[in-house]
Design a protein around this ligand. Structure first.
Ligand SMILES: C[S@@+](CC[C@H](N)C(=O)[O-])C[C@H]1O[C@@H](n2cnc3c(N)ncnc32)[C@H](O)[C@@H]1O
Length: 239
């Protein structure tokens, strides 16, 4: 099974198991602390690309005034809707959309994508650079002048020191910085599971047998992880 097949299967029909995995991620709360420092969330309009089951959406939904959470997978958004029920979150709307077709709300304050753009390397292997560049442009055109764009991607699950897990991801991150003008912030987003057995099973489900084996050997319910947040403001006078 190729990586593209595996991820298609997970996002198409195993969204609940994916959600179990990510609700154990970043047990130290470093992600929100970092995001909070990069933009003014209170009262903001946010467009999210690749929202999945709404793990990030849940971090900012209480602060934002309006959220448009997009994803190509209706199944992932179905689970997100269960977390962010309409009665409690009437200001959060969900839209099935490929990144490059996300409706452009040129007046958003923030555009954010978590662990979603890097998948072009799997799903569009022949032209991932072009696709990723177009998705970044879409994010930039979604925000007003002075609005903030944030792209979160992996710098290694199972790692204590940040490093892009593949040559393709290293190149993608280089493009974010040198071609699109983003700055990189590095944080730890370690997982903590209820038990060592759950850590092994959850890691195997998403990351495969090799990483699951090293988690088993570590005999811990904590799995280290490094994450990058690429961020920039759209040019313009309003900050
Ligand atoms: C690793 S998950 C991340 C989900 C969520 N942002 C999170 O932090 O848990 C990747 C998500 O990106 C979505 N995705 C991947 N490629 C996409 C594309 N080209 N357009 C829209 N969504 C995409 C998948 O359906 C999946 O929900």
């Amino acid at each position: 099974m190729t990586n593209a097949d595996r991820y298609s299967q997970i996002y198409g029909s195993e969204a609940q198991a994916y959600d179990h995995l990510v609700t154990h991620e970043d047990y130290q709360g470093n992600l929100w602390r970092a995001l909070e420092g990069l933009a003014e969330w209170k009262g903001s309009t946010v467009v999210e690309f690749g929202a999945g089951t709404g793990r990030l959406t849940r971090l900012f939904a209480d602060r934002a005034a309006h959220v448009v959470a997009c994803d190509a997978s209706p199944e992932m958004l179905r689970v997100a809707r269960q977390h962010l029920r309409r009665e409690l979150y009437p200001h959060v709307e969900f839209t099935v959309a490929e990144h490059r077709d996300v409706p452009v709300y040129a007046s958003a304050d923030i555009a954010i994508a978590g662990w979603a753009l890097g998948h072009y390397i799997h799903f569009s292997a022949g032209n991932w650079r072009e696709c990723a560049d177009q998705a970044v442009e879409r994010m930039l055109s979604s925000v007003r002048a002075g609005g903030v764009v944030m792209i979160i991607e992996t710098l290694g699950t199972g790692r204590r020191e940040p490093e892009a897990p593949s040559a393709e991801l290293a190149e993608l991150y280089q493009r974010f910085e040198s071609l699109h003008g983003f700055q990189r912030l590095e944080i730890r987003t370690d997982y903590r599971f209820a038990s060592h057995a759950d850590a092994v099973d959850s890691v195997r489900f998403f990351f495969g047998e090799t990483l699951a084996e090293s988690v088993r050997a570590a005999e811990s319910a904590v799995v280290p992880e490094c994450t990058g947040i690429w961020h920039r403001r759209r040019a313009g006078h309003r900050a």
